[in-house]
Every structure is written in C-alpha cells, then in structure tokens.
Ligand binder design. Sequence first.
Ligand code: NAD
Length: 296
Amino acid sequence: MSSIAFIGLGNMGAPMANNLIKAGHSLAVYDLVPGAVNSLADAGARPATSATDAVKGAEVVITMLPASKHVEALYLDSDLLSAIDPAALIIECSTIAPDSSRKVAMVAQTRGLAMIDAPVSGGTGGAAAGTLTFIVGGEAADFARAQPILQNMGKNIFHAGPAGAGQVAKICNNMLLGILMAGTSEALALGVANGLDPKVLSDIIAKSSGRNWATELYNPWPGVMENAPASKGYAGGFGVDLMLKDLGLAAEAALSTRSSTPLGELARNMYSLHSGQGHGKLDFSSIVNLYVHKPS
Ligand code: NAD
C-alpha cells in the first residue's frame, strides 16, 4: 500500500480519492474548498493544510484540477515540486492542453521527478464506481509504476504514447463526446416535438444504430435515467464550462496542425452559447435546453 497525496477533490477527485482509501492506501488530501477536504477526512484521509503539506512523505502525488492554468500555477508557480520526494511518481489526471502537460512534465523531469499525464474518461459515475478509463502519456516505466494505483480507480488503462499523448487522446474523445451529446439532444427534442415519449425514443435509439454513451448511460432528457444529471436538475456531473474548455483545446490542437474539425467547432459554439446564457456550472447534458425551453 502506498502513501498518496491527492490534490483537487471536486466532482471527480473526491470519489477517486475515496476509492484509494477503500483500497487501503494512506491518503493526504488537499483542496481550496475546506468542505471537500473535511469530507475526505471523515472517510479516513489526513486533511492537509496546503498542497505542500499534502505531498510531505508521499510516494505518489495525484492532481485532479480544472484546467491548464490551475495545473501550471500549482506545479510551476509554487514551491510544490521542491517539496516532493525525488523518488515519488506524479500522476496528473486533469484534462489540460497537451503543451501545458509537456511543459510541466519537463520541468518536473529536470528536477529528477517522474510525471505522467493520466486524464480520465467515464464521468462522475465511473469515478464513484472505480471504472474510469485512464489515458496515459509518459515513459513506459512510469506507466508501469502507476498501474497498481490506477487499477484502484479505473478499469481500462491505456498508454497513449510519450508525455502529452494522454491529453491528445482525451481531447479527441471529448470532442466526440460533445458532438454526440448535442446530437442526442437534437434527436430527442425532434422526437418529442413530433409526439414521441422521450423514454420510449431513448430505449429505441439505445438498441439501434444511433446508440452512444449518452443514450446508454447519460441521457440528457430529465426523467429518462434516474441517476443521470438530467434527472437531478443537471447538478454535479461534467460542467458545461469544462466541456467548453475541452472543445477549446480540440480547436487549438486543430489549428496547430491545420486539421479540420467542423463538427467540433459547431459543438464548441453551442456550449459557448449555453454557457453565456448562465449555464456554465450545469452538467453538459443540459445542452438539450438549447433545443427545448422546458424539457419534460
Ligand atoms: P471540479 O471543478 O468539480 O473540481 C476541481 C477541484 O479542484 C475543485 O474542488 C477546486 O477547488 C480544486 N482546485 C482548483 N485549484 C486548486 C488548487 N490550486 N489546489 C487545490 N485544489 C484546487 O472539476 P471535476 O469535474 O472534478 O474535473 C476535474 C478535471 O477532470 C477537469 O480537468 C475535467 O475536465 C476532468 N474530467 C471531468 C469529468 C467529469 O465528469 N466531471 C470527467 C472526465 C474528466
């Protein structure tokens, strides 16, 4: 069992840290929100007073933060790296720009620290169930070292390539997810406007050629899936602003390689419009509200 520092205890980080505690690891946890730290302390973690305090004596450091600026601020603009044991492994799980991820990994490396990018897929449900997919970028030896830890939080663990490769793969996946959620919303709204029951239509699509992750596990229409954010007022889950961030990362990646991503760009504009209307903190499946004023 390992001594692990876990920094960033939001919608994803908290259930991931919980699974590490359940697996028997010794955790020190930190978040800017004291309530998040206290909840994990109740579950058996040591509540740290700062990120630097959390990493003291840690064999593994895991971060799960919102975006590139948070990750760069933590690792590059503070003295955190010098507080980490040189023998420790850093597992950076946030979804951030590949360039940002490479930059942080390079700085860590120059200080003799091993770091991998390990963004995840599977949502808050997957985080709670310990069935996340980890998409890792970094050295093969560090990937191997991380496996036993990642297995306590996830089911499918991929090595995408060198540093930053995990982020590239994750961005491609999330661009597709954003498009699929908008497309699923569009199809359901069309069916309902034409007299169909959203549950019946969802059941049909889930067993037909239009099926996808949204129709199987994360239906955007309220009341169709009891446990989906749509049935809980779009609270928790994966925020509109986080999806917007990922579609922005996809757009940057496309620009830098002169790739064409017309559907990704359309989806980015839709989530941007939705966020601009004040819905940035809602789950991203609330994009269905762009199609209907009051989904029933
Ligand atoms: P979140 O906003 O719920 O949680 C982020 C947490 O980081 C917050 O609790 C915040 O207080 C904390 N934080 C920010 N800066 C900090 C700092 N300097 N020190 C300590 N704590 C700090 O976000 P989330 O939904 O948990 O997502 C985290 C990352 O995972 C994002 O990059 C997101 O894109 C990605 N992701 C999310 C989901 C999902 O379904 N929510 C799925 C896959 C990937």
